[in-house]
Design a protein around this ligand. Sequence first.
Ligand SMILES: NCc1cc(CSc2ccccc2)c2nc(N)[nH]c(=O)c2c1
Length: 373
Amino acid sequence: MTKAFTFKVLATDGKARRGSITMPRGEIRTPAFMPVGTGGTVKTMYMDQVRGVGSDIILGNTYHLMLRPGAERVARLGGLHEFARWPHPILTDSGGFQVMSLSKLRKLTEKGVTFRSHIDGAAYEMSPERSIEIQGLLGADIQMQLDECTALPAMEKEIERAMELSLRWAERCRTAFGDQQGKAMFGIVQGGDIAALRLRSAQALKAMDLKGYAIGGLAVGEPQPVMLEMLDITCPELPADRPRYLMGVGTPDDILKSVARGIDMFDCVMPTRAGRHGLAYTRRGKVNLRNARHADDPRPLDEESDCPAARDYSRAYLHHLVRSQEALGAMLLTWNNLSYYQKLMQDIRAAIEAGAFEARAAEISERWARGDI
Ligand SMILES: NCc1cc(CSc2ccccc2)c2nc(N)[nH]c(=O)c2c1
């Protein structure tokens, strides 16, 4: 059982990396997909199912948990791992992104963000120091700096101001985090869709010698080619021996193309949110179980899957559950979707180890394009 946070690159295939993060609470096999567990739960799933589909780490959300049930309360109850009964690594976001997208009456200054809760309107202040304090109270193994993410499209001056503020906040978070053995604080590269700003952000964060680096401010409405171009510019500037986390990404196609550019960690609400809306991810593409064409279809989603939700239930039954708004519909489709995403990541890791990533990625994409027959 290691006491330190370490990252090793075990194999490379072009710019794709197969790696391993080791922490006291366990190993994270990369490239990794991290299910979003916003309020201390991966919605509709038991934690042993989340583990059972191959998840090494889940995400928690500072913004949601500080509002309800409260960071100090979670700490008094033993921390988020104990509270949610997930003993493996947890990464928490810093909360700034959620404040800007969810809260009302927010005000952003050099000091931090002040805002009112979207739940009860109570007033809060989130400084870089308070964000790190909250993530520590939750017991997060990987903590994110407080940053300002600019929605695109935006004026270059606005993107530059937010990127420079985020760099100053990174320094303050690094000081507040200190030297917590076995834990890590990641910096977040900002800079929108402006190459020069991305370079400046990455180089300044690299000089801070952080344990890991996230790429933020993407998947915020820009076309995929723009996101990929920013990865082409940013990844080479980041240290090769530290993990790279692309925040809030993405579809299977986004993940394949981003692994090919050197990304190691992903998170996205898509598989869990889609499951709650009747959408199934399969090897053959997406299947919308709300569609009447499934009403008499006795086939499972994927007879070859090792996930019971994909292998043991007919599409007709899943269609019935979704149309009837039965809770089991969301549960089975979320289970299927997370299983699909983790199987995709396992496929990717094996392909990089075998030096066959490009060919395997093309096969996966072609199967998706052919659709569901
Ligand atoms: N849409 C992409 C995205 C998503 C998240 C949220 S990722 C997340 C969500 C829940 C829990 C943990 C991480 C971000 N978070 C931060 N701090 N900065 C960003 O630029 C950014 C961009």
